[in-house]
Ligand binder design. Structure first.
Ligand SMILES: NC(=O)CC[C@H](N)C(=O)O
Length: 256
């Protein structure tokens, strides 16, 4: 079973490293013909306007749409989430082409600019019910989007509660902004899955396992011992930002 990662721009190497760590054949996808024979596809984070321009340049949109329409699983992280949304707001002048398919509205830079990037312990009950493990996931949000509206066929997998002092110019574009207390940051709709944060930058592999289960027809992958070679490339939890009470962070590193 081979899984592709769209490798035009952004954090595709990190996703490839995660897949290989889980013993899965991972393929960098830059051309339409490289989609052939793949069982699933990850669209990584990066910068969605640039990624869309490159996808346009390499005539990838028709084949990517066909891949999704055939029912094969696609997981978009961050910029990849924007790619999969039916509607995006906060786009650059001239807009950008979207793959679409996810019945939701995403705000491209909901949390603000690069400096407003953050990490948080995100409660992930839906993930825990499938994959077990700790009740929260260390989620890295980098100039992240958020889903502000989702249709009835979209399953919400995780939500982020906005801090009471939360401010962003993005709120001006959100209907009902006064009442907005939380935003959706992980979803699934049939064969499409999306996360607003970057699970490929932390050592907790549960989102990758969840996606691989979708690719594998709902069955858990055989639990192989995670490749020791990948220890060399293993991405540790990145302490981009930690609250003062998390300063003894050595404890929650994956010791494996
Ligand atoms: N980390 C990310 O992928 C950021 C996405 C970015 N907000 C965009 O518009 O593409």
């Amino acid at each position: 079973m081979a899984v592709g990662v769209l490798a035009l721009q952004g954090s595709f190497r990190e996703h490839i490293a995660c897949l290989r760590k889980l013993g899965v054949e991972a393929v960098e996808v830059r051309k339409a013909e490289q989609l052939e024979g793949l069982a699933g596809l990850i669209i990584p984070g990066g910068e969605s306007t640039t990624m869309a321009k490159l996808a346009e340049h390499y005539h990838l949109f028709p084949s990517l749409r066909e891949f999704g329409a055939s029912g094969k699983p696609i997981w978009g992280t961050c910029a990849g989430l924007i790619f999969l949304a039916d509607k995006a707001v906060g786009q650059k002048a001239g807009g950008q082409d979207l793959l679409g398919g996810l019945d939701c509205t995403v705000h491209r830079n909901f949390f603000g600019c690069q400096l407003n990037s953050f990490e948080t312990q995100l409660p992930v009950p839906a993930l825990v019910s499938e994959e077990g493990g700790p009740s929260s996931f260390r989620a890295v949000f980098i100039r992240a989007p958020a889903i502000t509206e989702a249709g009835p066929s979209v399953e919400v997998l995780a939500e982020y509660t906005l801090p009471s002092n939360f401010q962003t110019s993005a709120l001006d574009q959100v209907e009902g902004q006064e009442e907005l207390q939380k935003v959706i940051v992980a979803v699934r709709q049939k064969n499409l899955m999306a996360t607003a944060f970057h699970p490929e930058l932390t050592s907790d592999m549960r989102w990758h396992r969840y996606f691989l289960k979708m690719v594998n027809g709902g069955k858990n992958l055989e639990r192989r011992k995670e490749s020791s070679m990948m220890g060399l490339l293993q991405v540790k939890d990145l302490p981009i930002f930690r609250e003062a009470d998390h300063l003894s962070f050595d404890n929650d590193f994956d010791q494996g």
